[in-house]
Design a protein around this ligand. Structure first.
Ligand SMILES: [Zn+2]
Length: 139
């Protein structure tokens, strides 16, 4: 896959340049990584200059690293989410788990485990799309 550059910006204007190393889901909001800053940083949805030099990378962990994660992060990864780490060329990383492995750890009971919250989220998303369509028509 083509590696994609993204920028996360917090209210104080700190910018974090990231690169997606594998295909996967990245969060819309993360904690600002600037030292001493407690703001939340928001994604620019990849609509940024792709020539930026990233300091952090989104990656799919190896199965071994996955096993060491907390339950929340495990959930995120097994649903196709990527993890964030600082880019450090001096450190060697294990290769990411394969698509087949990811498929194996993917939860089978997605609808059951997410429950009404997921249905609510989908409904909200549909509402937003509908509202947008209506607004477009009015113009
Ligand atoms: Zn900040």
């Amino acid at each position: 896959m083509k590696e994609t550059i993204n920028v996360y910006t917090c209210k104080s204007g700190h910018r974090l340049v990231t690169v997606d190393r594998q295909a996967g889901v990245t969060p819309f909001i993360i904690g600002c990584k600037h030292p001493g800053c407690a703001e939340r940083a928001q994604s620019n949805f990849y609509l940024v200059d792709q020539k930026h030099t990233p300091t952090h990378e989104w990656y799919r962990p190896s199965l071994r690293e996955y096993e060491t994660l907390d339950p929340h992060s495990k959930d995120h990864v097994s649903n196709g989410g990527l993890l964030l780490r600082e880019i450090d060329s001096d450190r060697e990383h294990e290769p990411p788990m394969s698509d087949e492995t990811l498929e194996k750890i993917r939860p089978t009971f997605v609808i059951d485990s997410l429950g009404p919250a997921s249905i609510k989220t989908n409904a909200t998303f549909a509402n937003i799309v509908n509202r947008f369509k209506k607004r477009k028509k009015q113009r």
